[in-house]
Design a protein around this ligand. Sequence first.
Ligand code: PGA
Length: 261
Amino acid sequence: MAEQRVRRPMMAANWKMNKLVREAQEYVSQLLPRIENAEGVDVAIFAPFTSLVEVARMIRDTPVVAGAQNLYYEDSGAFTGEVSALMLQDIGAGAVLVGHSERREIFGESDELVARKTARAVEAGMLPVVCVGETQEERDAGEMWEKCSRQVQRVIEELGELNGESIVFAYEPIWAIGTGATASPEDAQDAIGQIRGLLGELRGEEFAEGVRILYGGSIKPGNVGEIMAQTDVDGGLVGGASLEANTFAELVNGAANHKDS
Ligand code: PGA
């Protein structure tokens, strides 16, 4: 008998800096009917702030979660250009990406900042999807685990008591993002299994078993099945292949069918 999956799979679209409001509207109206029979999978759309308002409005009465791609850890005040957890919740966003490698690499976000943002999201009752991952140079130098474990550990240190369901991690090797070079299923399992092991050491087995850990980096319909089949991989964070409603619907339906219970 197939082992029952304890964690509910998640398929998340990361639109990055793409789509005008009208394009977002078209996308959501195409996506919803195509995934209405997808059971046993959580779906999230991480949209830019400008279209997030409309995405959140359109999916309010559906199980799809509207997510932001960033937040700041203060609630309000003199922080020009920033958006707080309270503001996101105000428009109906339930989840938020934190520490995406593009934020870390292009905008200089430190482990410290990522940790504080994550803690605020959890405290506010939002679901943070915390991204970690190594560059090609770090992988070549044998520093993959040093980098990823440091990123995970710094986030966990910042958090008070919480259960594993309150946070999601995404392992996104930077060399696989937007390059077409997906990590092999074994590499994805290896990194994600190690992350789960570390979570167990830091917060105990029960916590670690409850945390969903996604893989991200050039996911597409042709490779999602073998990646999802890995024991510790609980879903995908999808950039390029999420921009087209049909393709993302295919990924969502694939993840739903992939439940091995
Ligand atoms: P990609 O991006 O699917 O285009 O590689 C993934 C991500 O950056 O979240």
